[in-house]
Design a protein around this ligand. Structure first.
Ligand SMILES: *[C@@H]1O[C@H](CO)[C@@H](O)[C@H](O)[C@H]1NC(C)=O
Ligand SMILES: *[C@@H]1O[C@H](CO)[C@@H](O)[C@H](O)[C@H]1NC(C)=O
Ligand SMILES: *[C@@H]1O[C@H](CO)[C@@H](O)[C@H](O)[C@H]1NC(C)=O
Ligand SMILES: *[C@@H]1O[C@H](CO)[C@@H](O)[C@H](O)[C@H]1NC(C)=O
Ligand SMILES: *[C@@H]1O[C@H](CO)[C@@H](O)[C@H](O)[C@H]1NC(C)=O
Ligand SMILES: *[C@@H]1O[C@H](CO)[C@@H](O)[C@H](O)[C@H]1NC(C)=O
Ligand SMILES: *[C@@H]1O[C@H](CO)[C@@H](O)[C@H](O)[C@H]1NC(C)=O
Ligand SMILES: *[C@@H]1O[C@H](CO)[C@@H](O)[C@H](O)[C@H]1NC(C)=O
Length: 902
């Protein structure tokens, strides 16, 4: 008996030791580590009871992470598997939605060092719970779902009075989500909805301990005004103002000392302080100013470096620490947006016109946050040459902004279209419930919270308070005053379209005129002088040819045999992995009509996928090239956001790479079209453009033009455009391709942009190489019959002869080039034949499993080699401990038989 007791006692001791207090002194802040999650249908309905320490046995509940929607939690617990949910139409047929129509409970026990001293305070901070929640601490309701609403409605609650010695409990009752009724994160027509509509505690819940005075997160403004600064120059004499909100939680006046520190990578660079007298329960804002003599300016990656400073503020009372603000990262840079003479929005960064080339971001279908995945996505953005990501109502977590700051990716944040967010009386296009009085309160809380999260980050290019439709005057006023309250320092844009605008903000200067579905590559050039719809002029906030077809290896992971058959055999079939079944984009009929007419009816899945990659490559290259080429046109192209960057689940379209991060045709079309210094062909009129999107790149250039037929025979005397000057951040037309009238069926056009400057390795260095396959005529667009999503083609370019090329002999060699943390290899390709080797794709595979290694960076891919041409391509990937022998590269092209390189 004595032995048994001793064992129990030591067990109790071990348990007690295992739980360390979440917070123990002023300035401590910790997120709850995770939750026990259960449906209310399988738990007691008595929240008071459930939120008492030790009152419930949660061993049968699901243990989930700190940020977890209901579905994410069920997947984490093996109730569902995402590979299964993503397969074919399982999401529609294999999930019972009943459990998601009732609330779900999230319960967590935590310990704090309980000290009921006067002047000690403990808070619970939320950052948004979908769709709304009641919160309980130790049997007390601290917030009702009538108040705690919206995926972005974060709030602070004081819980000091309810805490106990030892174990304490937080219980969240999360209510079901209806995208039309609630301020949630909807997917509109992007993809099928998650069965729970994203319900749950998707962001951290934190416990914070302070003394008598507490601090908000710091906000930063600077007086920096970029006067034509260059990326290698320092800014001088910049005043940085750090603002914090300070609250006295006591019944008596207090004097607090507020001290702020600014540090760079190496050291503290400035300190400022201020003493403030606060009346009982007073809240005030304290500003601390510091002057920095020599400042390294923050730049988007395409232009320069990303020096960052961090700032932290503390409050002390009589030399005792009362609170420490969260550390925030900032960079010194200036962003502006103005309407140009054509009423198009044009951005500048650090005083230089900033042509936005970007794409629309999607979170994971179940809102699972995976920092490594987002890091890969942002690397892909930069690898493709893009500079901006649009976040349409999917603002994710603070880490996303830190990542963008470090990597130099600009972010265009904003609220989402349609659904509840755009429930305006004048919006007849979307069925979101119209706003009532209380909704403005939720909108205010959401805007205040998100602005506070984003404010310091140099990656912010602006915030769009509306998407398809502008907010009403009252909501605009709520949003703008909340942003101003948080010292918002970048442009506030009324919406992503030009349908109307609130007086307070004026027109957005952004167009949303489509396309969202397939259009031929010459579409983008119709804008030059004619200015049709989505063509390359002004600022297109979401548009593209709808492409992004995954390669076969990905397709086989999420499509059944029947789905795969339908994909190529039934060109008009509705497909579950396109947009939702009520959407215009449920089928691929417009795309397939183009594919069948231009490349010929496919006779196998492989042939369909190959032709799709060619269509996709043509589509994205032309869109980005046209916007870059026309940045100085009479009506300048000022920016374009491709619809979209990535998908929430394995999708067949609207993405630049697939859900599994495999880059394919759309990716390399973008990567070619978005080169910082580049030469491009205008499909519409045969002209050639020199593109320069750099600030430091430029000089004396020449362009060599070759046009050959499918037998490799030249259709023109090799043409040279010499003595052209490449000017930083400037594009222009430099000539026209001759010999196009000699095309019999198809031809291959190669543009080589070379440097003639001595500093480029003795001149003649190829800066950009770009190959097009062309038909006898261009696609004819029927502009007058355009819809909001596409422009019909009345006569297609005939590219069928691309499939009749004689076989090309390609030699390839691979050598490993360097071995840092990443694997890097160089592949030399030799086209030993007298015909072009068309659309040669290389894939890096695990030798053992045959799986593609991702994420991966290819210097170029899906490329076309001229007869006798030799090219070097580099590939890099993080492969852990694998050696060259563990990998192989598969090479194949339209007229190149598949072979492996080991
Ligand atoms: C809920 O639980 C509390 C605490 O155990 C108890 O006092 C209360 O009576 C219960 N309420 C109902 C309706 O059962
Ligand atoms: C999800 O939201 C849609 C409205 O967008 C609604 O029709 C549906 O019933 C919701 N699903 C659940 C499980 O509440
Ligand atoms: C720096 O700026 C401040 C405020 O604008 C000004 O008073 C001061 O003279 C400037 N100092 C130098 C060295 O330029
Ligand atoms: C507050 O911050 C200042 C500046 O970094 C530091 O010197 C001071 O020690 C901090 N105060 C307390 C009480 O930690
Ligand atoms: C730009 O907008 C203003 C005000 O809305 C209007 O007066 C002006 O005519 C517009 N300019 C052009 C070129 O459309
Ligand atoms: C928004 O909320 C803040 C904080 O509660 C409040 O001070 C402000 O008056 C609100 N703004 C509007 C327009 O309701
Ligand atoms: C190159 O262009 C410059 C300026 O347009 C001109 O002065 C020069 O003569 C040209 N050189 C040649 C070799 O054509
Ligand atoms: C628009 O489509 C209709 C019906 O197909 C056709 O009759 C008409 O000619 C088209 N308009 C133009 C301008 O091509």
């Amino acid at each position: 008996m004595a032995v048994a007791l001793a064992t129990l006692a030591s067990l109790a001791l071990t348990l007690a030791q295992a739980v360390s207090p979440l917070v123990s002194q002023p300035g401590d802040r910790s997120a709850l580590a995770g939750w026990n999650m259960q449906s209310i249908l399988d738990a007691s309905q008595n929240m008071t009871q459930l939120s008492l320490p030790g009152a419930v046995d949660v061993s049968s509940w699901y243990r989930v992470g700190a940020r977890s929607t209901v579905m994410a939690g069920l997947i984490e617990n093996g109730v569902f598997s995402d590979e299964q949910l993503f397969y074919s139409d399982t999401l529609a047929t294999g999930v019972d939605s009943t459990p998601f129509t009732a609330p779900w409970l999230y319960r967590e026990e935590f310990e704090i060092e309980y000290s009921p001293q006067p002047g000690e305070h403990v808070f619970l901070d939320t950052h948004g719970i979908t769709s709304k929640a009641s919160l309980f601490v130790n049997g007390v309701c601290i917030a009702s779902h009538a108040f705690h609403q919206g995926s972005y409605g974060g709030h602070r609650y004081e819980i000091t009075a309810y805490l106990r010695e030892g174990v304490n409990v937080v219980l969240v009752k999360a209510y079901p989500t209806n995208y039309l009724r609630d301020f949630a994160m909807g997917f509109v027509d992007w993809n099928p909805y998650p069965p729970d509509n994203g319900t749950g505690v998707w962001r951290d819940v934190e416990i914070v301990q302070t003394g008598a005075v507490s601090l908000s997160a710091p906000r930063i403004t600077t007086d920096y005004e970029a006067a034509n600064i260059q990326p290698d120059e320092l800014a001088h004499n910049v005043t940085v103002t750090v603002k914090v909100d300070v609250v006295n939680h006591e019944d008596s006046p207090i004097t607090a000392r507020i001290q702020g520190t600014i540090s760079d990578d190496n050291a503290q660079v400035a300190v400022a302080e201020h003493s403030v007298q606060l009346a009982a329960h007073e809240e005030t804002t304290v500003s601390l100013a510091a002057r920095l003599e020599d400042v390294r300016v923050w730049w988007p990656r395409q232009w320069g470096e990303q020096p960052l400073y961090s700032v932290t503020v503390n409050a002390s009372i009589a030399d005792t620490l009362s609170d420490v603000s969260p550390v925030r990262q900032f960079g010194v840079r200036q962003v502006t947006a103005t309407l140009n003479a054509h009423n198009d929005t044009a951005f500048t960064v650090n005083g230089h016109p900033f042509l936005v080339l970007g794409a629309g971001y999607s979170p994971d279908l179940f809102m699972r946050w995976d920092a490594a995945r987002v890091d890969s996505i942002f690397r892909y953005v930069l690898d493709m040459g893009l500079n901006t990501v649009r976040l349409e109502g999917k603002q994710e977590h603070p880490e996303l902004y830190e990542m963008a700051d470090r990597m130099g990716v600009m972010l265009l944040a904003g609220w989402e279209c349609c659904d509840k967010w755009e429930g305006w009386s004048y919006n007849d296009d979307a069925p979101g419930y119209k706003w009532t009085e209380h909704d403005y309160t939720v909108a205010n809380a959401s805007m205040l919270h998100e602005a506070a999260m984003m404010q310091t980050h140099p990656s912010l290019l602006g915030f769009l308070v509306g998407s398809d439709v502008w907010p009403d005057d009252r909501a605009t006023q709520v949003y703008v005053s909340a942003l101003e309250r948080m010292d918002w320092a970048t442009p506030i844009v009324a919406s992503a379209s030009m349908r109307g605008w609130p007086d307070q903000l004026g027109p957005s200067g952004m167009k949303m005129e489509g396309p969202y579905d397939w259009v031929p590559p010459n579409y983008w050039y119709a804008g030059d002088g004619q200015q049709f719809l989505g063509a390359a002029f002004g600022f297109g906030s979401e548009q593209g040819a709808g492409v992004g077809t995954p390669e076969r290896a990905s397709l086989q992971r999420f499509l059944s045999e029947g789905d795969l058959d339908a994909l190529w055999r039934e060109p008009d079939a509705g497909l579950f992995h396109m947009s939702t079944n009520v959407s215009q984009f449920y089928d691929r009929s417009i795309y397939n009509e183009g594919l069948f007419a231009r490349y010929g009816k496919p006779t196998s899945l492989d042939e369909y996928v190959l032709k799709a990659q060619m269509m996709d490559y043509e589509a994205t290259r032309a869109e980005f090239e046209a916007f870059a080429a026309l940045q100085n046109a009479e009506r300048p192209a000022t920016g374009v956001i491709y619809w979209m960057l990535n998908a929430a689940w394995p999708n067949l379209h609207w993405q630049l790479f697939d859900y599994y991060l495999q880059p394919a045709g759309a990716y390399f079309g973008t990567k070619t079209g978005s080169r910082h210094e580049h030469v491009a062909y205008n499909y519409q009129d045969g002209s050639v453009y020199l593109i320069n999107r750099g600030l430091r790149t430029g000089g004396n250039r020449s362009v060599t033009i070759d046009l050959i037929d499918r037998k490799g025979k030249s259709l023109l005397m090799q043409q040279h455009i010499t003595n052209v000057t490449s000017t930083p951040n400037t594009s222009g037309r430099i000539g026209t391709v001759s010999g196009l009238d000699r095309i019999k069926d198809i031809a291959f056009l190669r543009l080589l942009l070379k440097s003639e400057d001595d500093d480029h390795d003795g001149g003649d260095t190829i800066i950009s190489r770009n190959v097009y396959w062309l038909g006898r005529s261009v696609d004819e667009l029927d502009w007058e019959n355009s819809t909001w999503y596409s422009t019909p083609v009345t006569s297609y370019t005939d590219l069928r002869a691309t499939m009749k090329l004689s076989r090309a002999t390609l030699r390839a060699d691979m050598v490993e080039t360097e071995r840092g943390s990443d694997f890097a290899a160089k592949i030399v390709l030799d086209n030993e034949s007298d015909v072009p080797a068309l659309f040669v794709r290389m894939v890096l595979l695990h030798a053992a499993t045959g799986e593609e290694i991702v994420p991966v960076s290819w210097s170029d891919n899906y490329l076309t080699l001229f007869p006798g041409e030799r090219l070097e391509v580099e590939v890099e990937a993080d492969v852990g401990d694998m050696k060259l022998d563990d990998m192989r590269v598969e090479v194949a092209g339209v007229n190149v038989k598949k072979f492996s390189l080991v």
